[in-house]
Design a protein around this ligand. Structure first.
Ligand code: TXD
Length: 321
């Protein structure tokens, strides 16, 4: 079977880690694109110079020319500014929308059959814009947010309960902003509800709820927590890992059920918007959105998050972006 071709648009922090992870796992040949001259060439040269050490039998090249992404099976987009301390993701809308438009034009022209995974913020709006400009079928345009937000939630739960994070199953739905919805009731440790484990640990339902609320809050603010520590950029190791999980699901047709930013056609009562929901990912991108029953409180939180996404998309349309 010929090797897959993977184009990475944006050769900054996340793009660099993505390149190295893809090469180390030999997922396919990589073309790293950036508008900054020599940056992608320098990063890819640095990475492949470890190929003897890391056993990387794939081609890894850097470019400033969209022509070089021709024929890509998968495109992962990280082009755009990251946040600085004090900024919300939504503050990036105007700058990153302009960048995303040019990226979408490039991908549409040179990789019209690719599946696209978008990472740039504000995530849900950037996914919407990319799909609109390219006109790609909605299932072929997917946003990465939920896999990372869910991994953050799982990490905090594992730390609190003192169990392996491998046994935690927890999902975060909704938009990739402060209104995101960590699903407390569904969070479990190999099937055992986290809420029940917390109640046993503290033998006090009120205290257990406080601990869970604090983990939910930390999850919602987890991106900002890293931004405040780094001062000069945002998280990049974990977002790259999250995109790799999605890329593998697509490249190897794994049919994984993951929380991703997907286009909704009436599912969850939402029509015509991209938002974070559980979906089956395979060779066709989003193959099925999985609906689940939300209680009143969860539904209200989800609707609130959807409304935040809708208003950002409205802003984008109003500003003619
Ligand atoms: O989970 C998630 N979805 C995210 C998203 C988690 C963390 C960060 N997330 C967002 O990803 C972040 O808010 C940014 O919008 C993107 C990329 O973050 P990264 O940390 O990689 O940003 P960098 O290091 O600034 O890299 C961005 C690169 C940089 O090299 C620019 O030169 C390039 O984007 N860039 C462009 N590339 C192509 N085309 C154009 N027009 C362009 N403009 C800038």
């Amino acid at each position: 079977m010929p090797r897959k071709k993977i184009a990475l648009i944006g050769g900054g922090q996340i793009g660099g880690v993505l390149t190295q992870l893809i090469a180390q796992r030999q997922l396919g040949d990589v073309v790293l694109f950036d508008i900054v001259e020599n940056l992608p060439q320098g990063k890819t040269l640095d990475i492949i110079e470890a190929s003897r050490i890391d056993d990387m039998n794939v081609s890894v090249t850097g470019t400033n020319d969209y022509k070089d992404i021709a024929g890509s099976d998968l495109v992962i987009i990280t082009a755009g500014l990251p946040r600085k301390p004090g900024m919300s993701r939504d503050d990036l809308l105007v700058t990153n929308a302009k960048i995303m438009k040019s990226v979408a034009e490039g991908v549409k022209t040179y990789a019209p059959n690719a599946i696209a995974i978008i990472i740039s913020n504000p995530l849900d709006a950037m996914v919407t814009l990319f799909q609109k400009v390219t006109g790609f079928p909605a299932n072929r345009v997917i946003g990465q947010a939920g896999v990372l937000d869910s991994s953050r939630f799982s990490t905090f739960i594992a730390m609190e309960l003192g169990v392996s994070v491998r046994d935690i199953n927890a999902m975060v739905l909704g938009g990739h902003g402060d209104t995101m919805v960590p699903l407390v009731r569904y969070a479990n440790v190999n099937g055992v509800p986290v809420q029940e484990m917390l109640e046993r640990k503290y033998n006090d339902a009120k205290k257990a709820k406080e601990v869970m609320d604090a983990m939910v809050q930390r999850t919602k603010m987890a991106g900002g927590e890293v931004v405040n520590l780094l001062k000069t950029g945002s998280a990049f190791y974990s977002p790259a890992s999250a995109a790799i999980m999605m890329a593998e699901a697509v490249l190897f047709d794994q049919k994984r059920l993951l929380p991703v930013c997907a286009y909704l056609n009436g599912e969850f009562g939402v029509n015509g918007f991209y938002v974070g929901v559980p979906a089956v990912l395979g060779e066709n991108g989003v193959e099925k959105v999985i609906e689940l029953t939300l209680c009143e409180e969860e539904k209200a939180a989800f609707d609130n998050s959807v409304n935040a996404v809708k208003s950002l998309v409205d802003d984008m349309n109003r500003l003619g972006l």
